[in-house]
Write a protein that binds this ligand. Structure first.
Ligand SMILES: Cc1cc2nc3c(=O)[nH]c(=O)nc-3n(C[C@H](O)[C@H](O)[C@H](O)COP(=O)(O)OP(=O)(O)OC[C@H]3O[C@@H](n4cnc5c(N)ncnc54)[C@H](O)[C@@H]3O)c2cc1C
Ligand SMILES: *[C@@H]1O[C@H](CO)[C@@H](O)[C@H](O)[C@H]1NC(C)=O
Ligand SMILES: *[C@@H]1O[C@H](CO)[C@@H](O)[C@H](O)[C@H]1NC(C)=O
Length: 510
């Protein structure tokens, strides 16, 4: 699907983000800088936090990043034959300005674009197939769904336009202590309502038809979040924006951004798992006392601990995602917040697709669809089926038609059985790759409360943001916010935290 006009406002913001950035680190008259900061987790959130912390606090502070597994977290690749493929987070929206800024600053390139073509499968047949011709797609959509499709583009653009405000706020150094404050600053009460109702409720309320929701919107939420139109309206809008044109990925793999940010931040990577975080009080030189956070961790050489002035947790505090205890805090901080993460199994197969499985009579050599989305149909065991390109496009590469064996990626809620794989493929090479991700929250609005960004005085939690929406850019936005928040709270710059009506106040600043 490819219609999207970038509004003038977003273009203005793009320019703004390239402009010089504030350096508060060198402001005179501020309290002494912190000496040591810990970041827990080296996914895109943790590594971006290290990068922004360096920007805020300057060269003097020691930053340690704890990570027991691979740098990148949910951004990961697997090798199939001689080439590597994304198994986790794969596509980035053209208006994800932090991700764009990272690669520009780190000297990384975008992967070369290979044209894609989408179809929708209802478990029996293809109910929609994108044509190479924009006008044909439009007419088909108009014929079937009236103006729903055009109105969806406008609705998503309206949300995106407000979303883009966050870049201006962050450029001016504003930060937010809860997900709700952040959402409210972007889109007022409208965004809070959107995040606390289902996408289905939100879109029915806007006059979209149930048929359109089932046939077009659900396949999009299923491919992006493995869930139905009962996800929250905010993540739903993010998901629909993910059906825009111009989506990109990082040459060499998206996780390259994480290692690049880590290197650029001059943080130290500590290959260890954090087990607990507590407060320790120590006498200070001035005769008073100072409190520190004691981070306990287990690495290859056994358990150890270190003291920090500031700690930022950049991994979800949920069952199956991490297991960190917070002894002695009042009010208590739970190891696991309520709510669970949704499983998406990512299976990569090198094989020959059985196009008849998709109910099409096209010859395999004519079948050039790259992304098969699915409706919420009973008995449909897959969320999506995509012909995937390697993380680096070899010279002269063309996406092969379905008559040639190639690499396909299936997202499904459960691991696929041999029988299921036999149904989809005529033949397949041994050595399929399966990754069972606890991928993103299981969205069940309305929700009572989102976890806070501030867990304690100088202890912060990035992944609270995932309850609004989980995406690379959301973690990057939360990372910038956490670094700003940590800086402003350290120096008691309350005028830069949770300010109301920023949208109106900053209007003149453009
Ligand atoms: C299958 C799939 C497809 C997706 N598709 C997209 C997409 O196309 N576009 C998009 O924008 N997003 C996508 N996402 C979402 C995106 O990948 C995530 O939102 C993002 O990568 C989260 O980054 P993070 O750094 O916040 O968390 P994570 O990447 O989960 O990083 C947390 C890190 O913390 C570490 N950790 C855990 N416990 C501890 C501990 N006790 N001590 C120290 N470290 C610890 C973990 O090992 C991990 O490396 C997808 C996700 C999945 C799974
Ligand atoms: C391909 O799929 C069709 C439809 O599901 C099925 O009838 C046929 O047996 C499959 N072909 C092979 C060789 O498995
Ligand atoms: C979400 O809505 C429910 C009722 O529908 C309400 O009780 C709750 O406070 C709301 N949560 C937020 C975070 O606004």
């Amino acid at each position: 699907m490819s219609i999207k006009t970038v509004s003038l406002r977003t273009i203005l913001f793009l320019g703004l983000c390239q402009a010089g950035r504030r350096t508060l680190a060198s402001d005179p008259g501020l309290r002494e800088q912190p000496k040591r900061i810990a970041v827990v987790g080296a996914g895109i959130g943790g590594t971006a936090t290290a990068y922004f912390l360096r920007q805020e606090f300057g060269a003097g502070v020691k930053i340690d990043v704890f990570e027991p597994e691979n740098v990148g977290g949910r951004l990961a690749t697997v090798k199939m034959g001689d080439l590597e493929y994304e198994t986790g987070g794969s596509v980035i929206h053209p208006l994800n300005l932090h991700m764009k800024h990272f690669i520009d600053n780190l000297g990384i390139s975008q992967r070369e674009n290979v044209p894609s073509k989408m179809a929708i499968f209802d478990g029996k047949e293809l109910t929609f197939e994108e044509s190479d011709w924009f006008i044909v797609n439009m007419l088909r959509m108009l014929w079937r769904y009236g103006f729903n499709f055009l109105r969806m583009q406008m609705w998503v653009e309206g949300v995106l336009d407000k979303f883009m405000r966050i870049y201006q706020y962050q450029q001016f150094g504003y930060s937010f202590s809860t997900v709700e404050q952040l959402l409210h600053a972007m889109g007022g009460d409208g965004f809070l309502t959107l995040a606390n109702q289902t996408l289905e409720e939100a879109m029915l309320g806007e006059g979209f038809s149930q048929v359109f929701l089932n046939n077009i919107v659900a396949p999009i939420t299923r491919v992006n979040y493995g869930q139905s139109v009962r996800v929250n309206g905010f993540v739903g809008a993010v998901s629909l924006a993910g059906a825009d044109s111009g989506l990109w990925a990082v040459d060499g793999g998206n996780k390259m951004v994480c290692s690049g940010l880590l290197y650029h931040s001059r943080a130290e990577l500590i290959p260890a798992r954090v087990t607990s975080i507590s407060v320790k009080v120590r006498p200070s030189k001035a005769g008073t006392t100072t409190s520190f956070y004691e981070v306990n961790y287990v690495g290859v050489s056994g358990p150890a601990h270190s003291l920090y002035d500031i700690v930022i947790v950049a991994t979800p505090l949920h069952t199956g995602k991490s297991d960190i205890s917070f002894p002695g805090f009042s009010p208590p901080i739970p190891s696991h917040y309520p709510g669970r993460f949704h499983q998406t199994v990512s299976t990569l197969v090198h094989g020959l697709l059985n196009v008849s499985y998709l109910g099409t009579r096209q010859k395999p050599s004519d079948f050039t669809v790259s992304d098969v989305l699915t409706t919420d149909a009973e008995g449909c065991f897959l969320n999506s089926l995509s012909s995937v390109d390697p993380v680096t496009i070899p010279p002269g590469y063309h996406r092969p038609p379905a008559s040639t064996p190639s690499v396909w990626k299936i997202f499904s809620p459960r691991p696929l059985t041999e029988a299921q794989l036999d149904a989809v493929f005529l033949s397949r090479d041994p050595g399929a790759s399966e990754t069972r991700w606890l991928a993103y929250p299981a969205y069940r609005p309305p929700h009572r409360r989102t976890p806070p960004f501030v867990l304690h005085d100088r202890l912060y939690y990035l992944n609270a943001v995932e309850w609004a929406a989980s995406a690379m850019e959301m973690s990057a936005i939360a990372a910038r916010n956490a670094a700003l928040l940590a800086h402003h709270r350290w120096h008691a710059l309350t005028g830069k935290i949770d300010q109301e009506d920023l949208h109106v106040r900053l209007r003149g600043e453009l």
